[in-house]
Write a protein that binds this ligand. Structure first.
Ligand code: 4NP
Length: 165
């Protein structure tokens, strides 16, 4: 079964929609079949488009982004195989709302690589969004390496049956 992943932050307008877009892009580049969505632990921005700075950063790196903010629901813990928190506060909130029959693995996204949080860029400048982007790329690769396997990193690598010319 292909993984289905929910990327989570607080408002679902800055970090997690960028994370969703980047993870989809990186998986596609690696030829991996995956379902990705994003959500916020809070509902303040429900229905809104991603923040202009998130959209601008994605556009700069030619990453397609299309999302409307929504809050995490109880059913997300059953429909997704993995729920990835941007920071420790998101992780705590997710564990607090997690239903007893949850099947999703709930982890800090950075725990697949360096255990760092993706810090909230909302009140800062563009530099914060660049850092979020750079972390999303590295954490997407690390997540796919661990969950799908490093072999998918090089879709065009020759198989053992092919002659070594
Ligand atoms: P996000 O950023 O969690 O990365 O979407 C934020 C967006 C909005 C707010 C805080 C963080 N806010 O306080 O409205």
């Amino acid at each position: 079964m292909p993984p289905s992943v929910l990327v989570v932050c607080l408002g679902n307008i800055c970090r997690s929609p960028m994370g969703e877009a980047v993870l989809k892009h990186v998986a596609k580049e690696r030829g991996i079949d995956i379902h990705v969505d994003s959500a916020g632990t809070a509902a303040y921005h429900a229905g809104e488009d991603p923040d202009d700075r998130t959209v601008a950063t994605c556009r700069k790196y030619q990453i397609a982004i299309n999302h409307h903010a929504r809050q995490v629901t109880q059913s997300d813990f059953k429909t997704f195989t993995h729920i990835l928190a941007s920071d420790e506060a998101n992780l705590r909130n997710l564990h607090n709302m997690k239903p007893r029959n949850a099947t999703a693995e709930v982890r800090l996204w950075g725990s697949y690589l360096d255990d760092k949080a993706i810090e909230d860029p909302y009140y800062g400048g563009n530099k914060g969004f660049e850092r979020v982007y750079e972390q999303c790329v590295r954490y997407s690769q690390a997540f796919l390496d661990e969950v799908v396997g490093k072999s998918h990193h090089e879709p065009h690598a020759p198989s053992v049956e092919e002659p070594n010319l």
